[in-house]
Ligand binder design. Structure first.
Ligand code: ATP
Length: 296
């Protein structure tokens, strides 16, 4: 093989046994969020009938920040995101996106947003090409632009061979990849992701995690909602915990760690939401199962 001399030298050096091998991965310092506020919630309240779901949420997110948005089931995470997306009305307080109150700014702000919902009804009878070009055009892209980018992205996500196949037969992970591509196709400034790794295999999870960090470095703001605590812990620049309609924690993982001796985000979550009955609940579930089986 005809290698350039410097490259050959580098390869030779790499093959030399070394007493102290260089670390495989040098951790990069977490980028400091820019001061530019991209998103601001002020005293946000929302009720469904008599049920008060959000009781005064104040939150800001800056350019290039990844916010881990967590909370127990039914805490109101999706409700917050849907309000920001303009999908839910009837709230009080203000939501400012890119400096404008979404009540008065019209719908143009939506072009700057990408969204992966927790559960989505894909139009199964469409192919990824038909679906993604449709979504791209909704965001103001030309068909040709959307098609070119969509094809490049399905290739990178490993589903190029089904770009022209109906999605009826797609696995969960394949659908999730289409949803992820739909959310980033138009190069949004703000991404709302609700369990975005759902159904993805380990390789794809790694790609998406790297992608999120790269997007943040490129100045995108990412609102990441998930119940998978170890991922939230690793990827978030800031973690926001919603419980009982209020934000009960808002800080870096290091800030939150000071609150709990065990140190993991899972432990912090359990502590801050007042949950410590897991062993007892599991024991009782087992008892119920055994009782049911005995009765059969
Ligand atoms: N359209 C609606 N009508 C009535 N109640 C609703 C509606 N949407 C949400 N809720 C209620 O609001 C509360 C918050 O729901 P939300 O989906 O925002 O929670 P979440 O934090 O996203 O939960 P999960 O972690 O389970 O996804 C729940 O009690 C839910 O039943």
């Amino acid at each position: 093989m005809n290698l350039q001399p410097e490259l050959q030298t580098a390869l030779d050096q790499a093959q030399q046994p070394s007493i102290q091998p260089a670390p495989l991965h040098v951790p990069q310092p977490t980028p400091k969020p820019s001061a530019q506020t991209v998103l601001a919630l002020k005293n946000l309240k929302m009720s469904f009938g008599a049920k008060e779901v959000l009781r005064g949420v104040d939150l800001e997110a800056g350019r290039g920040e990844i916010i881990g948005y967590i909370g127990p089931n039914g805490a109101g995470k999706s409700t917050t995101v849907k309000i920001m997306l303009g999908l839910i009305e009837g709230y009080s307080g203000t939501v400012e996106i890119l400096g404008e109150d979404i009540r008065t700014s019209g719908v143009s702000y939506k072009r700057h947003i990408g969204y992966v919902p927790e559960t989505a009804d894909l139009y199964d009878n469409l192919t990824p090409r038909e679906y993604l070009t449709f979504v791209g055009e909704l965001y103001g892209m030309s068909f040709e632009d959307a098609d070119r980018k969509a094809e490049a992205l399905v290739t990178l996500f490993g589903i190029k061979d089904v770009y022209h196949s109906r999605m009826t037969s797609f696995s969960k992970g394949m659908r999730q990849k289409v949803l992820l591509i739909a959310s980033i196709l138009h190069d949004p400034d703000i991404l709302f992701l609700d369990e975005p790794l759902s159904g993805l295999d380990a390789n794809s999870v790694m790609v998406v995690k790297e992608l999120l960090e790269a997007l943040a470095k490129a100045g995108k703001t990412i609102f990441y909602s998930s119940h998978i605590m170890d991922v939230v812990e690793k990827i978030s620049h800031r973690i926001v915990l919603l419980d009982g309609g209020h934000i009960v924690a808002n800080g870096t993982f290091e800030d939150l760690k000071d609150l709990n001796h065990e140190g993991s985000l899972e432990a912090i979550f359990n502590q801050l939401t007042g949950f410590d009955t897991q062993s007892e609940t599991a024991r009782q579930i087992l008892q119920v199962i055994r009782g049911v089986n005995r009765d059969e």
